[in-house]
Write a protein that binds this ligand. Structure first.
Ligand code: PLP
Length: 378
């Protein structure tokens, strides 16, 4: 395969070789069903429970929270919203989310609305951040859940989740959920004041197909899947033990590397920012020096998709809008909510960095992008 410069790490990450070895070892040697009562089943279940305990301990949540393993963050977000709202509908029918959540959360909220629940979509400012006073004003007697993502997947904006958690402590009936997919392994945050947290393995060099909803022990759900009663009856289906064990390893490795990752990625980010600032063809949508992992720029004149294709031909992978839905949508609702500028929201490029990326790759990317944009200009 020709050389690839991969700058699309917010879409997914390359699997870590150590994580892959764990996956292979567990798949081959511990293939028993974790629900079986024979020796192979018991051994698989032991590994499953160790992974569960390790994830909680890495996030320092072992006393207060527990883990429900899912197929990824989409399922975890659906469970947090639908499972929670259905379970506690006798307490109230109002839910608050931000207007720039990932589609897996926005669409779950919309589907609850169709069932008769009331949803408030909080606006964001031009940095993509909600206003805590607006959140406070949106709370009603019927509000039972607030869900605000920790870091946005398209623009990297960071929400004040600690402040939100502290506000919501005043309302004993309201639980707080955060989608922390783009924060874990990137931004140092503490989750002990948060009632439910969504994670996924493939954004932290684990494999695709496994994630988790971490929830306070006293919270329960109306399960989305009916079946054999795994995960305390909250998520039926045979546990993918190899993938779960690899997930806990990916989390351990990414947290251990975090300080050096941040230092390295910041240098790459600074170089990119210098280039974008000096380029009159582009608007920088975000410039969060506290989140150097995602950069989002809009092209003033040219089509982002043409640039993405041109770069791809050179072996450089970046994103326009978000890989999860860029084929189906012609504009970014996230950029629109932040900029209120339709033209900009149709022309966004997302560059998302990772510890694997080198300064040489960034220089090559800048060189190719520059010649593409100059070529398009002529
Ligand atoms: N939430 C956020 C913020 C994401 O970036 C993504 C993936 O792009 C998801 C949820 C969905 O994750 P998964 O692919 O594990 O379903």
């Amino acid at each position: 395969m020709n050389k690839i410069i991969y700058l699309d790490n917010a879409s997914t990450t390359k699997v870590d070789e150590e994580v892959m070895k764990t996956y292979e070892r567990v798949s081959l040697s511990y293939f028993g069903n974790a629900s079986s009562i024979h020796r192979l089943g018991i051994e698989a279940n032991d590994l499953l429970e160790k992974a569960r305990a390790q994830i909680l301990s890495l996030l320092k949540l072992e006393r207060s929270h527990e883990v429900i393993f899912t197929s990824g963050a989409t399922e975890a977000n659906n469970l947090a919203l639908k499972g929670y709202m259905h379970q506690y509908k006798n307490r109230g029918n109002h839910l608050i989310v931000s207007s720039i959540e990932h589609p897996s959360l926005i669409e779950a909220a919309k589907s609850l609305e169709k069932e008769g629940f009331e949803v408030t979509y909080l606006p964001v400012d031009n940095h993509g951040v909600i206003n805590i006073n607006v959140l406070k004003q949106s709370i009603k007697k019927e509000t039972i859940l607030v869900s605000i993502m920790s870091v946005n997947n398209e623009t990297g904006s960071i929400q004040p989740i600690e402040e939100i958690a502290s506000l919501l402590k005043e309302y004993s009936k309201i639980m707080f959920h955060t989608d922390a997919v783009q924060a874990i392994g990137k931004i140092e945050k503490s989750y002990d004041d948060i009632d439910m947290v969504t994670l996924t393995s493939h954004k932290i060099h684990g494999l695709k197909g496994v994630g988790a909803l971490i929830k306070r022990k006293n919270i329960t759900f109306d399960p989305i899947l009916s079946g054999g009663g795994q995960e305390n009856g909250l998520r039926s289906g045979t546990n993918d033990v190899a993938n779960i064990v690899s997930f806990s390893k990916a989390l351990r490795l990414s947290l251990a590397k975090l300080p050096s990752t941040i230092k390295h990625v910041k240098e790459l980010y600074n170089r990119l920012m210098d280039y974008f600032k000096s380029n009159p063809e582009m608007y920088i949508l975000n410039s969060f020096s506290d989140n150097p992992f995602i950069l989002n720029v809009s092209l003033k004149e040219k089509k982002a998709a043409v640039v993405v294709e041109g770069l791809s031909k050179k072996g450089i992978m970046i994103s326009s809008i978000s890989a999860c839905h860029s084929k189906s949508e012609a504009y970014s609702y996230v950029v629109y909510e932040m900029s209120k500028d339709e033209k900009r929201s149709r022309n966004t490029l997302r560059i998302s960095l990772d510890y694997h990326n080198t300064m040489e790759e960034i220089e090559e990317f800048i060189h190719e992008l520059d010649s593409l944009v100059r070529g398009l200009r002529q």
